[in-house]
Design a protein around this ligand. Structure first.
Ligand code: GLC
Length: 695
């Protein structure tokens, strides 16, 4: 059951929900509701110890209970537990218990979720806007509630298959020759690679849709040359447009009046990487069309993937903030910097970035009205990315592209994926990466992953290995780091062979991951599910946040502790443990429901295959283009009988439901041996019967 309530007169349709039920009148179920001049407050008394799930990209655990979270997209440079908000605003949650329901706050402005923080049993939602929509979603199971929600917000973005390959990125690849070198060294070391992310260096002075004329002068050749080797370039695009006479994007935007304004109607000025910038008013369709069409500059050079950044939007400073900070600096220059003065100084300087006063001083034009940005802030990243996708879909029809965005709200999941922002080379961030997966999946973001190895600070060999082992399963598998950190391309490490084998394991898993991904997108399911979503009623499973169901057939339990040579794992049912150190070196151990300590040396990773399940695997290649996905190894954990569906398309097609892409496979055990029957697209099959291959 889906119930929709409208409060006041929303400024605009956020387009988060595209299949809207008729609005309800009367009281909202479950919540007490208080409407005030400055917002609306909802209150619910939670059942003791019962979890609350959701909120997409936000800090802390899978069970969100016990903290306060804010939805107001921010450039969150340090992902600590006390942060309260990250880059995205994903306002969907499920309250679990005897009474169980989902709630979605469809507001483009700031919303605060106090989930038992001030008072342990009180769940309080405060919307700072008085005009917004509110949904209650009922269902029998957690998965069913998610499904109902996902059905109203529309089908998740499906990237091309090559986007499931390994991606190497770094802020600091200074020239096209350096990119060539990275690609060559990956190849020399036998490490698969599907794409290289290009950060700011490829741009001419940080200007969108330009090319660095000195160091990347041969960009088009580079793109062509690498694609011939099965490697694609994925350039970054930032939200801010540099103010510079003669720069086409800037001049067109000014001339057409497409940038957002200050209160006097002048183009608003804020600083990002290029220094002072204007910002496209992406909430206007004509602006989206204009900016999106500029991506053609890059698609014409063979580019098929992008990452959209700084689109919260981040503002390093504005004239107002700078002036205020400078005057405090001047005033305090010669003073004794005692505690209060020092604090004032730091606040003035640090407070320049992403200041609410600045967001309040920006204006959008919505239906002929001037609306201050803070009221629609959370829609910015979403609409920047939508601008890109709407345009590129026309430029390259019938061709799926890779698109990710740092900032988003619900709705953007139909257009693109999201990477999890500027994390650290911390062991705790491996676990955080894992915990974000199901929360993001609940909100429709299936294509996601974190900066592997850690973006900030120096990584270490063991950290990167363990992180890659988790990332074997995350749809986005991208190693990315900041310019001032230790280089972290796998071939640079002593144990590069371990990294190579982990990445090869990922390529082996692509048929399963990609097929399950497409299924989850089409069926509004979650690829990553906490155990509680599959084993309802199992009290132990309900508390586990470091193991996860991935797709229909697997459970994963990554090692994320430094120096650990294994870990404790809880099996909610009998499963087959698969321990591997490479695609070719695997061990199968039948295990019983319950608690186990499982050893996994640094070069080993583990996953668990459920009973009566099978997964399709491929022979890994150096990139996805060179692999034969019609030749499948079926890894079977079948005692009596099992069935599975294998999905093989060309990696680009959009007619996902075309029966030509599906093979249904049934296996039955007779006299100890498995007999196999295929229906649909014929595949060349090799069967691995792990029941009979225990070592
Ligand atoms: C932002 C992005 C990061 C990127 C950097 C420079 O911090 O999150 O991924 O490398 O900007 O473009």
């Amino acid at each position: 059951m889906m119930k929709r309530y409208i409060f006041g007169t929303p400024i605009l349709d956020t387009e988060s929900v595209i299949h809207k039920p008729e609005p309800q009148q009367g009281d909202i179920p479950y919540f007490g509701c208080e409407k005030g001049e400055t917002g609306v407050k909802f209150q619910y008394t939670m059942e003791k110890d019962k979890p609350v799930y959701g909120l997409g990209e936000n800090v802390r655990g899978i069970n969100k209970r016990g903290f306060r979270y804010v939805s107001f997209c921010g450039n969150s440079s340090m992902h600590t537990e006390s942060l309260e908000r990250m880059y995205c605003a994903h306002n969907f949650l499920i309250v679990d218990g005897e009474t169980r329901f989902g709630v979605f706050v469809d507001s483009p402005g700031r919303v605060v979720f106090d989930i038992g923080f001030v008072n342990p049993d009180e769940f309080i939602i405060t919307s700072e806007l008085t005009d917004f929509e509110f949904y209650i979603i009922e269902g029998n199971s957690l998965r069913e509630i998610v499904r109902s929600f996902r059905e109203i917000i529309g089908q998740s973005y499906i990237p091309p298959r090559w986007a499931f390959g390994y991606q190497q990125c770094r802020w600091g690849y200074e020239s096209s020759n350096e990119i060539r070198e990275v690609v060559a060294k990956m190849k020399e070391s036998g490490i698969p690679l599907d794409s290289v992310g290009l950060d700011l260096e490829y741009l001419d002075n940080y200007k969108d849709f330009t090319i660095n004329p000195k160091d990347y002068a041969d960009f088009a050749d580079l793109s062509k040359e690498l694609k011939e080797q099965g490697v694609r370039l994925v350039p970054i695009i930032d939200a801010g447009v540099k103010i510079e006479e003669g720069y086409n994007v800037y001049e067109e935007g000014v001339e057409k009046g497409y940038f957002f304004k200050d209160k006097d109607g002048n183009d608003f000025v804020g600083a990002v990487w290029p220094g002072r910038c204007h910002f496209p008013d992406f909430l206007r369709p004509e602006v989206r069309e204009w900016f999106g069409n500029h991506y053609k500059y890059l698609t014409d050079m063979g580019i098929e993937g992008f990452w959209n950044d700084m689109n919260e939007p981040t503002l390093f400073f504005t004239e107002r903030g700078l002036k205020e900070a400078m005057s405090v600096v001047d005033e305090l220059r010669d003073s004794q910097l005692d505690i209060p003065r020092r604090r004032r100084l730091l606040q003035a300087v640090n407070g320049m970035a992403n200041n609410l006063k600045d967001y309040q001083s920006i204006y959008h034009q919505i239906d002929g009205k001037m609306v201050s940005h803070d009221k629609v802030h959370n829609l910015y990243g979403y609409n920047m990315t939508r601008s890109a996708v709407e345009a590129v879909d026309k430029i390259l029809p019938n061709h799926r592209i890779l698109m990710t965005s740092r900032s988003s709200c619900v709705g953007m999941h139909r257009y693109a994926g999201t990477w999890q922002g500027d994390n650290y080379a911390w062991w705790s961030h491996i676990l955080f990466n894992l915990k974000l997966m199901p929360s993001l999946n609940m909100c429709g973001f299936l294509y996601t992953g974190a900066d592997l190895g850690g973006f900030h600070t120096d990584t270490s060999e063991d950290l990167l290995i363990r992180w890659l082992q988790l990332a074997v399963f995350t749809p986005l598998m991208r190693n990315h780091s900041a310019f001032n950190t230790r280089r972290q391309e796998p071939y640079l490490f002593q144990k590069k062979d371990i990294m190579r084998d982990v990445i090869r394991i990922r390529y082996m898993m692509i048929p399963y991951l990609y097929g399950e991904f497409v299924r989850c997108a089409l069926e509004s399911d979650m690829l990553f599910r906490p155990l509680a979503f599959d084993y309802e009623g199992d009290e132990v499973a309900a508390q586990i946040e470091d193991q996860m169901m991935v797709g229909d057939a697997l459970m994963i339990a990554p090692v994320y502790t430094q120096n650990a040579r294994g870990r404790y794992v809880y099996l909610p049912e009998d499963m087959m443990m698969v321990r591997l150190s490479s695609p070719e070196h695997r061990e199968y151990v039948q295990m019983e429901k319950g608690h186990h300590y499982i050893s996994a040396e640094l070069h080993e990773m583990i996953f668990f295959l459920r009973t009566e399940k099978m997964i399709p695997l491929a022979e890994p290649g150096l990139n996805t283009d060179s692999m034969d996905f019609d030749r499948i190894e079926l890894l079977c954990n079948v005692k009596e009988q099992g069935s599975c569906t294998v999905y093989v398309d060309d990696g680009f097609a959009r007619d996902y439901e075309n029966p030509a892409y599906y093979t249904t496979i049934q296996t039955v055990r007779k006299d100890g041996r498995l007999s196999v029957e295929q229906n649909g697209k014929k595949l060349s099959l090799v069967i691995t019967d792990c029941q009979n291959q225990k070592l």
